[in-house]
Design a protein around this ligand. Structure first.
Ligand SMILES: NC(=O)N[C@@H](CC(=O)O)C(=O)O
Ligand SMILES: [Zn+2]
Ligand SMILES: [Zn+2]
Length: 453
């Protein structure tokens, strides 16, 4: 098996490297265009000292031939489940962040549906402490909107932000009560914090396990109607409009949700949105083809070809701002059971990049647009430092080989979660080197040689 290097951020070596003739794709640079440009990067002690053409390093500088590679600002995944505290058998901060850096991410925002949930500053602090000690990348905790994520009483948002939370969500659960959601949007706005909404009307989705439609009928499985999502998207858009606050819609899966968001954006409502790779790669028919494999069970459920097309169009137009994985690790115990009883969720960190690169290959997005969706926009929405290739700064970057072909093997995942519906797929593209704030946190075989202390 291939040798790989992965390290905790705190003990990772500083990068010293001259990368020659690499395709640089950073839309924050005026010279980038939609396809990037070819150039060199000189990094000394983790700091990007020069970026341009024909850069000369010192004679002792390690040189990497970047031909055929892409240099992206470090990718940011604003929606993952790290399961710590409480469900460490599914994932930990350590294993989840290792999966992240292997996937090319330098930062993740982790959702609060842990045990106990992150609805209290002590839990936020606990997660950050774990991240400091053993995290391979930056971790930004998302705290609960309501206590216990139960949808009734707002959390102490100010204190949670002080403890290091960056946004609020009850993800896993919707905020069913519209009055509570209104107050949450108003309260969070006072701190200029983003509320991330898991849009699901529980009364409509109740008991469903897959998209409601011909497939659910054929299989005799209880359906989750698409309107269970869009009715809540419409509500949240209306509340954001009424209160003047911002709202971010998590894991958009339907054409109707896209239409509502598009219309709202046209009117200047402050709504942003994300989707996940499985929603533009798979449909409910994938479930049939898999012979009802619970690995394909996810919330919201996989939809139809029409929805996939609408989501791709929205990504092309920038109406969906972000691609996040919704990395949701579960153990075999929760997944290797009958479809009805299996847990919702699939892992995504280690397979997202090649699936997203497919969007470029299909002409849906330009390389620059993909970087906006996977780095620039999530940073803006969360209000965290942008990952830009800026001279004079500690560099966060992902060096991608877009042509590398590999077969998804869950046993080689750093994630504890092996619940991946793409297992066995032949995919193209991966991160060869991931650098977080100047430090080498991940290197594949061909890049291991550049690590120096
Ligand atoms: N997406 C999922 O299917 N599952 C998520 C919850 C969530 O993101 O709503 C999980 O925590 O397992
Ligand atoms: Zn959710
Ligand atoms: Zn989630």
């Amino acid at each position: 098996m291939e040798r790989m290097y992965v390290s905790a951020l705190s003990s990772a070596p500083m990068l010293n490297l001259l990368i020659k003739n690499v395709r640089i794709i950073d839309p924050s640079r005026p010279d980038c265009g939609e396809d990037g440009f070819t150039g060199d990067l000189l990094i000394r002690d983790g700091v990007l000292v020069a970026l341009g053409k024909e850069i000369k390093g010192s004679p002792e500088a390690t040189v990497l031939d970047g031909r055929g590679l892409w240099c992206l600002p470090g990718l940011v995944d604003m929606h993952v489940h790290l399961r710590e505290p409480g469900e460490e058998y599914k994932e930990t901060v350590e294993t989840g962040t290792r999966a992240a850096v292997a996937g090319g991410f330098v930062a993740v925002a982790c959702m609060p549906n842990t045990t106990p949930p992150n609805d209290d500053p002590s839990v936020t602090a606990y997660i950050l402490e774990k991240a400091d000690k053993s995290g391979a990348c930056r971790v930004y905790p998302v705290a609960g909107i309501t206590r216990g994520l139960l949808g009734d009483e707002l959390t102490e948002m100010g204190l949670l932000l002080q403890a290091g939370a960056v946004a609020f969500s009850d993800d896993g659960n919707p905020v069913m009560n519209s009055r509570v959601m209104r107050r949450a949007l108003e309260y969070a706005a006072q701190f200029d914090a983003t509320v991330i909404s898991h849009c699901e009307d529980k009364n409509l989705s109740g008991g469903g396990v897959i998209n409601e439609g011909s497939v659910s009928v054929r299989l005799g499985l209880r359906g989750i109607p698409r309107v269970a999502e869009s009715v809540m998207v419409a509500r949240d858009v209306a509340l954001a409009d009424y209160t003047g606050s911002r709202v971010h819609i998590a894991h958009v899966s339907t054409a109707e949700s896209v239409r509502i968001i598009r219309e709202a954006r046209g009117r200047g409502v402050k709504v942003t949105a994300e989707t996940a790779p499985h929603y533009f790669t798979l449909t409910e028919d994938s479930i049939v083809a898999s012979n009802y494999d619970p690995l394909f069970k996810v919330n919201p459920p996989l939809r139809t070809e029409r929805d996939v097309e609408a989501i791709k169009q929205a990504l092309a137009d920038g109406i969906i701002d972000v691609i996040a994985t919704d990395h949701a690790p579960h153990s075999v115990m929760e997944k290797d059971v009958e479809f009805d009883y299996a847990a919702f969720g699939m892992v995504g960190l280690e397979v997202a990049l090649p699936l997203c690169l497919n969007l470029i290959r299909e002409g849906v997005m330009s390389p620059a647009a993909l970087v906006r969706a996977m780095s620039v926009n999530p940073c803006n929405i969360l209000g965290i430092p942008p990952k830009v290739l800026q001279e004079g700064e500690r560099v966060s970057l992902t060096l991608v080989d877009p042509e590398a072909e590999w077969i998804v093997d869950v046993n080689s995942f750093f994630s504890k979660g092996k619940n991946c519906p793409f297992a066995g797929w032949k995919v193209k593209g991966r991160s060869e080197l991931t650098v977080c704030e100047g430090r080498v946190v991940f290197a594949r075989e061909r890049c291991i040689g550049i690590i120096s202390r």
